[in-house]
Write a new protein. Structure first.
Ligand code: ADP
Ligand code: MG
Length: 450
């Protein structure tokens, strides 16, 4: 294949949407694609432990991620190799590995700086500017030029529109140009779980001190702080310390500060006290420009009509545009046909919102917790059954909009007050337990996509 389309990198990028960064770094770091043949992918892992963990915990996500780019992949095999990244060319048949030579890049790009938390792949050079993000970009440059002059910088916009990219690019630029500056990038869910741990270990003061020392603190997806009172309290203190010392705070969110519910008024007014800027959707010409530039970066070639087709049809965000581009490059390389490319993009273009059945929710939750639906519908009070049962109640209310009495009927004729109580329990738990919230997101995702 011409160019260097890195399938593994694309798979990682796609997994990044589902799996926490910490997990990604822990489990997916020393992995590479060893072989892709017919419907099987062989990946090399550093040891048995990682193999077991991937197999048990992440195989489904991994498979889904592969299928996004290579729909024919049906199963994953693992091979243990100390030199996980080297491809033994002498043993491989040239033709069948045409794809492989390019997808097994010697070193994966997924990498996060341990100290700063920044991923160096995000920079200004590969950040495309158009009308849709011009203001956000200008604010970013202004922060670079005069740190702490705009404080905080608050960037908001829908998913996949480049908030993380822009924030990390600012961080990387500062790290590279002013070596002495201490920069920290942290996604809000990670920040929250750090605080939960600190509360347990009586380490709050240390956390406040640690964060107050940064010259530039970047918190991504700050909307996650909603409803988390202790995290808000800690962040408020950190915020004040940093600001008082003329250091810089940068945040992103999927919505403007006034639309974040359940945050303390004093914190909201802090968010509003600097510069608020949004990132909009790129229009057709901008989408085409993004595609052209990204294609060049990836070193691939697609006919103009294909690029125009993608730009016309994939509109939701830049992440999807990028996904469609990579998929098209791979398919076009294999098939040399615009029609085949079009066909491969169908599922990205037409996405009828599927109706979710209550049974689907019950089954997905049971599968997730590895329990039987019979037990969930029974009257047992076993702890390992009660929580999933309450979660089902909650999801039936939130995702299917069933009334409490009809949820009661679905769950083996339970009283509506029991259902109300169960939903309340889940709401409480969500506020305190980030891991649980992530589980719920995962479950919802599976309900939607399987
Ligand atoms: P968000 O944080 O808003 O959900 P991301 O920053 O993760 O979005 O962006 C999603 C993908 O789109 C990333 O791969 C990112 O590099 C790419 N991207 C977003 N905006 C731009 C841009 N202006 N120029 C180039 N790539 C972009
Ligand atoms: Mg983001």
């Amino acid at each position: 294949m011409e160019g260097n389309i890195n399938l593994w990198q694309s798979v990682l990028d796609s997994l990044e949407q589902k799996i926490s960064r910490t997990n990604l770094i822990t489990w997916f770091r020393d992995i590479d694609i060893k072989q892709q043949k017919d419907n099987q992918v062989v990946i090399s892992v550093p040891n048995i432990f990682v193999r077991e963990w991937l197999h048990n915990k992440f195989e489904r996500d991994l498979l889904e991620a592969f299928q996004k780019f290579s729909p024919e992949v049906k199963n994953i095999k693992y091979t243990i190799s100390k030199t996980a990244n080297s491809l033994d060319a002498s043993k491989t048949n040239k033709k069948e590995n045409l794809l492989l030579s390019d997808i097994s890049q010697p070193k994966i790009e997924f990498y996060q700086n341990r100290l700063s938390g920044l991923n160096p792949k995000y920079n200004f050079k590969n950040f495309i500017v158009g009308q849709f993000n011009q203001l956000a970009h200008a604010c970013a440059l202004s922060v670079l030029k005069n740190p702490a002059s705009i404080n905080p910088l608050f960037v908001y916009g829908g998913v996949g529109l480049g908030k993380t990219h822009l924030l990390e690019a600012i961080g990387n630029e500062i790290v590279n140009s002013r070596k002495k500056k201490k920069v920290k990038y942290i996604p809000c869910p990670n920040f929250t779980s750090q605080i939960v741990t600190a509360i347990r270990n009586q380490g709050i003061e240390r956390v406040v001190d640690m964060y107050s020392e940064y010259d530039v603190l970047i918190i991504d997806d700050i909307e996650f702080i909603a409803g988390k009172e202790r995290t808000q309290e800690v962040f408020f203190r950190v915020f004040n310390n940093i600001k008082e010392n003329d250091k810089q705070i940068i945040m992103s969110s999927d919505r403007p500060p006034q639309a974040i519910e359940n945050i303390e008024a004093r914190l909201r007014s802090r968010f509003e006290g600097g510069m608020i800027t949004d990132i909009n959707l790129p229009d057709y010409e901008e989408r085409l420009a993004i595609l052209e530039q990204k294609m060049e970066e990836k070193g691939g070639i697609l006919p103009q009509e294909t690029l125009e087709f993608i730009a016309k049809n994939i509109k939701r965000n830049i992440r999807e545009i990028e996904g469609a581009l990579i998929k098209s490059l791979i398919i076009f390389e294999q098939e040399r046909s615009f029609e085949k490319v079009k066909k491969s993009l169908e599922d990205m273009i037409f996405e009828p919102k599927r109706r979710i059945s209550p049974e689907k929710i019950i089954q997905t939750v049971c599968d997730f917790y590895n329990i039987s639906s019979k037990e969930v519908l029974s009257k047992t009070r076993k702890k390992e059954i009660v929580l999933p049962r309450q979660l089902i109640m909650y999801l039936l209310r939130e995702e299917v909009s069933l009334s409490l009495p009809s949820i009661g009927v679905k769950l083996g004729n339970k009283d509506h007050t029991t259902i109300g109580y169960g939903c309340g329990k889940i709401e409480e738990k969500i506020k305190k337990d980030v891991e649980f919230l992530k589980d719920i997101e995962l479950i919802k995702e599976r309900v939607q996509n399987t």
